[in-house]
Design a protein around this ligand. Sequence first.
Ligand code: NAD
Length: 268
Amino acid sequence: MNAALPALPDVRPLTGRSALVTGSTSGIGLGIARALAQAGASVWLNGFGDAAEIETLRSELAAAHGVRVSYDAADGTRPAEIARMIASAGDLDIVVNNAGIQHVAPVEEFPVEKWDAILALNLSSAFHTIRAALPTMKAKRWGRIINIASAHGLVASPFKSAYIAAKHGLVGLTKTVALEAARSGVTCNAICPGYVLTPLVERQIDDQARVHGLPRERVITDILLAKQPTKQFVKIEEVAALALFLCSDAAASITGATLSIDGGWVAE
Ligand code: NAD
């Protein structure tokens, strides 16, 4: 009996959708891009890194999930490059504003160029992607905008003035866009993760060790995980699963929300 089995219907919920995830060559963004591709969306990757490694990642993702995966090297601190990226991506159904950087220093010593770069990438880049992508989403009467903010979009810690100002700003932008788009089938939400062990946090452990004069292990236990009642890092896959849920039709009424995924951090 070698008769071919009847083809199963494609139950992948995001089949036919097109998604851009900024800063998706690494960490949380890559996890979200993977989850969206697995759910059937075609995906635009963006971010920095070694060109050959990014091409390997792109082709592996496409092959693993049978979707189109593209890459755009736009620098998220440059509005003109963002506008070009959105135009070349074509009609986007999902935009995940994830690209972000960090710098740790007391406010009076905070380098001005670091402040400017963090505000440009962690806040203004989301404004630039949203203003360019929203008209198409509204016209199609379906869209999902997900801004990766942070627990630091809701509460502060010392030595992160630029990051915390930008993430609080991103939460404000999220709420405003949600209200403006509320009757158009487009939702806009902020995910607020606690500490996730990614390259961004790895670098920060060293910075915090320097600023606080502590060894690495003490930075992890006494500063990072001290914030999280679970005493565990949040997993990339957990953040990706939440983003995927926000893209589902079941999440159509969730908009303007800040969704904490932080091991209880902001509950204290
Ligand atoms: P990461 O360093 O692993 O990834 C950052 C990504 O942004 C990379 O792909 C990098 O190439 C890209 N990027 C950097 N500068 C860019 C630029 N100018 N233009 C375009 N892309 C650029 O970091 P991550 O931890 O995965 O962080 C992703 C997002 O999640 C950030 O917005 C971060 O603030 C947020 N976040 C992270 C944590 C955490 O604990 N890791 C917690 C809360 C929020």
